[in-house]
Write a protein that binds this ligand. Structure first.
Ligand SMILES: CC/C=C\C/C=C/C(=O)SCCNC(=O)CCNC(=O)[C@H](O)C(C)(C)COP(=O)(O)OP(=O)(O)OC[C@H]1O[C@@H](n2cnc3c(N)ncnc32)[C@H](O)[C@@H]1OP(=O)(O)O
Length: 738
């Protein structure tokens, strides 16, 4: 768990060893088979004491095994009931108190507790490719091993606030500029650290002990911290950790080190027991779990190897296509971008170039690294012939089955036989698109989220005949584009939009019954969603859903004469969104939708008196009794109907576990990470509670099938509401209680 060795005559080397990332585990595992294993923290403490006791050792270097310093505390340990004794903070103090110089040799990563160990060292040397950070805030915690007290003393309050409240990882070069490390090397970092340790022997260490240093003063510290707190609270949308990080740093500016450490511990314990940390740590592991995809037929990374993508093509340079091209260029994959005519091509080219210029400005190495003016990297064309040599095509034209089929039939003819054909769609049937090609096994859905170069989520949809190699290739491409790929099955709306449908439907029904758009949005935004359903609908454009409902025959000319206004196929239907569209209210783009905006294309939503009186007239016309609807009902009807659909999706095998649904919602639909995703949230509310509420609402609204509890939810409750990790194992088990 940590190896002790002699690096040079007088220098002891303590090497943290816990693959794959040298997490600092502090659990004494009690299972008989592994009870002998030493925790990393115990081993680190033993190494320090051994070095201290050995008179021939004059200095110490701490490094990590396999070119990685440490990814910090073992995250699994925070939710384990078997935690024992050892804390990291006291060990960091022990390092700092050492009378022998201690040098951290930082390679790969030094994150969280790993960086806190390095902050206890008297000197820090980093490899030029190393990355550092205190990402505890991203898992609902704060740097609880004295990091909130040492970092401001080393780099000053503004930089410490930035690093601790965002959790961002910074490169070694930035760490050097901030003074976080003393030296950056390109050579062997451990050898450089040993050399430095040798030179330091006998030198005074007092000035290098951060706990003894004052926090650098700012002329307006109090005002600066209050402003920072206000900013952080606004950004956090109900997440506690960023706010408590600021409080801990504030303590560093006001109190002596030891008192600051006590405050840090107090705040850390609040977070640890808040429930938010558990949700965010679940989200951390959920993201890694979905990366290890499987399908119901058993395909997985083990059975399939991704094929190399040396050149890709994107068809259609609308909003989505532009973002996809940008993502591919950023991933350094040569791209051909195709449009139907020169006018659209030029428009698309200009827009892509603008996006790329902006992205390049954000990058450390700038535009040179992207090299997007080089035609070998990015080419624009109107002729399908340029697609002959590409390895993969992503079609991103608008959602029209006939058009997509025409394109795929052409692609099947023109592209080389081994090329993969992907469609960017948010709902359409992958099998139908694949059916017009001679290679359905190489056809796959890739549902990007707008803006595609920013949003991390990528739903990857396999059809009946999609091969495991095609899935593996799409997943690998997602990884290269730094996206979170989630493999899901083929059904209308896939996972994300299918769950969204009952949610949006409830939101509109609530308007019929008495709510205003701003009431519904506020309740859901207070819950933590980034944007409520009506603000979202105005942003995306109401006309998008209107077109789809017309295609489905739910409204418009194809609607059978005599169809009741508020009923379709025997169930409740609300024509409210259609009526708004008929009045040209498409949302932000027309300056009016569920809200009003300062102008067409405006972004500031203002409650609209016109909408309020329109809703009154509508309710009167349909003789709907208006009632006051409280926040609780808004949340329950919108969120529980979404969760209910999630249970059906799991039961149908569209996703292989609840984590998939949660990762989709956190990364693509603005679900608050500190609530862990909808299915995790359901597990915290308690499945019997969700079931009881759905039963209640479905009795009140028997004409809304989406409120009828899913059979799988009922089954889980009947089986005693097992832990979320065990849900899928109960899917096919018989229950005599049902
Ligand atoms: C007692 C101390 C009290 C308080 C103070 C300290 C608090 C902390 O230190 S909290 C932890 C802070 N650290 C982090 O948040 C880092 C989290 N990890 C990452 O960001 C990334 O994993 C990485 C940058 C370190 C590596 O990324 P990548 O190369 O893409 O690999 P993976 O993410 O797939 O990770 C590989 C593998 O390692 C597991 N893992 C990573 N970090 C931890 C960790 N800190 N604890 C436990 N496990 C960790 C990760 O789950 C992967 O494992 P699986 O493949 O089995 O899922």
């Amino acid at each position: 768990m940590a190896q002790y060795a002699r690096g040079a005559a007088a220098v002891a080397v303590i090497r943290l060893r816990n693959p794959p990332v040298n997490a600092l585990s502090w659990l004494l595992v009690t299972e008989p088979l592994i009870s002998f294993s030493l925790t990393v923290l115990q081993a680190l403490e033993d190494g320090l004491k051994r070095a201290d006791a050995d008179p021939s050792v004059k200095a110490v270097t701490i490094c990590g095994e396999n070119g990685k310093f440490s990814a910090g505390a073992d995250i699994r340990g925070f939710s384990s009931p078997r935690k024992q004794g050892l804390g990291l903070g006291p060990i960091v103090s022990l390092i700092e108190r050492s009378e022998k110089p201690v040098v951290a040799a930082i390679e790969g990563i030094a994150l969280g507790g790993g960086l806190e160990v390095a902050l206890g060292c008297h000197y820090r040397i980093a490899h030029v490719q190393a990355r550092m950070g205190l990402p505890e805030v991203t898992i609902g915690l704060l740097p609880g091993a004295q990091g909130t007290q040492r970092l401001p003393r080393l780099v000053g309050v503004p930089a410490a606030l930035d690093l601790i409240t965002t959790g961002r990882h910074i490169p070694a070069t930035e760490a050097l500029k901030l003074g976080l490390v003393d030296e950056v090397v390109e050579e062997n970092t451990v050898e450089a650290a040993i050399r430095l340790a040798n030179k330091l022997i006998g030198q005074p260490l007092g000035p290098r002990r951060l706990s003894l240093k004052p926090v650098p003063k700012l002329p307006n510290m109090e005002a600066f911290l209050s402003e920072a707190l206000a900013k952080v609270k606004k950004r956090a949308q109900g997440c506690l950790a960023p706010e408590l990080c600021v409080q801990a740093i504030k303590a560093a500016t006001e109190q002596p080190f030891a008192d600051g450490v006590r405050k840090e511990q107090e705040l850390f314990n609040i977070l640890l027991t808040s429930g938010q940390a558990k949700a965010m740590q679940y989200a951390f592991f959920a993201e890694r779990a979905v990366e290890k995809w499987t399908t119901p037929s058993g395909a997985s990374w083990k059975s399939a190897s991704p094929q190399p993508i040396r050149k890709a093509a994107v068809i259609g340079l609308g909003t989505m296509g532009r973002g996809i091209v940008t993502s591919l260029v950023k991933a350094k994959i040569p791209v051909v971008a195709l449009e139907q005519n020169l006018e659209y091509l030029n428009m698309g080219r200009n827009a892509v170039m603008l996006l790329l210029e902006r992205e390049a400005m954000k990058m450390e190495q700038g535009a040179q690294a992207l090299d997007f003016h080089n035609p070998a990297r990015l080419q624009f064309a109107v002729d399908f012939d340029v697609l002959r040599d590409v390895d993969l095509v992503i079609e991103a034209v608008f959602e029209n089955m006939a058009l997509k089929k025409e394109i795929f039939s052409n692609l099947s003819r023109i592209c080389k036989p081994e090329a993969f054909l992907c469609t960017n769609t948010s709902a359409l049937n992958i099998d139908e698109i694949a059916s017009v090609t001679g290679r359905p096994q190489q056809v796959i859905g890739m549902h990007f989220f707008s803006p595609a170069h920013v949003m991390r989520l990528l739903e990857i949809i396999y059809g009946r005949q999609t091969s495991p190699t095609t899935i593996a290739t799409a997943m690998q491409l997602a990884k290269v584009m730094k996206k979170v790929g989630v493999v899901v099955g083929n059904c209308f709306g896939f996972v994300g939009n299918r769950m969204m449908f009952p949610y949006s439907q409830q939101a509109v029904f609530l308007l019929e019954e008495g709510s205003r758009p701003e009431d519904v949005d506020q309740a859901l935004e207070d819950f933590g969603l980034k944007i409520g359903p009506f603000r979202m609908s105005d942003l995306a454009g109401l006309d998008v859903g209107w077109r789809s409902r017309k295609d489905q025959g739910l409204t418009g000319p194809s609607l059978a004469p005599g169809t009741p206004a508020r009923q379709r196929r025997g169930y409740r239907y609300s024509p409210l969104p259609d009526l708004l569209c008929e009045k040209g209210r498409f949302g932000q783009k027309t300056g009016k939708g569920w809200y009003e905006y300062e102008k067409a294309g405006g972004r500031t939503a203002k409650p609209d008196p016109w909408v309020h009186s329109f809703l009154c007239e509508y309710r009167n016309a349909h003789q709907i009794k208006t009632r006051f609807i409280d926040q609780e009902e808004i949340l329950e009807r919108c969120l529980y109907s979404l969760i209910n659909e999630g249970f059906d999706i799991l039961a149908e095998g569209i996703a292989s576990g609840p984590e998939h649904l949660d990762v989709v919602y956190i990364n693509g639909y603005g679900w608050p990470k500190h609530r862990g995703g909808p299915m995790f949230y359901a597990s915290t509310v308690g499945l019997p509670n969700i079931l009881a509420k759905l039963q209640k609402y479905s009795e009140i609204h028997p004409d809304i099938p989406q409120l009828r509890p899913s059979a799988f939810l009922k089954k889980l409750v009947a089986m005693g509401s097992p832990l979320l990790n065990d849900w899928m194992s109960h899917l096919h088990k018989q229950s005599n209680k049902l």
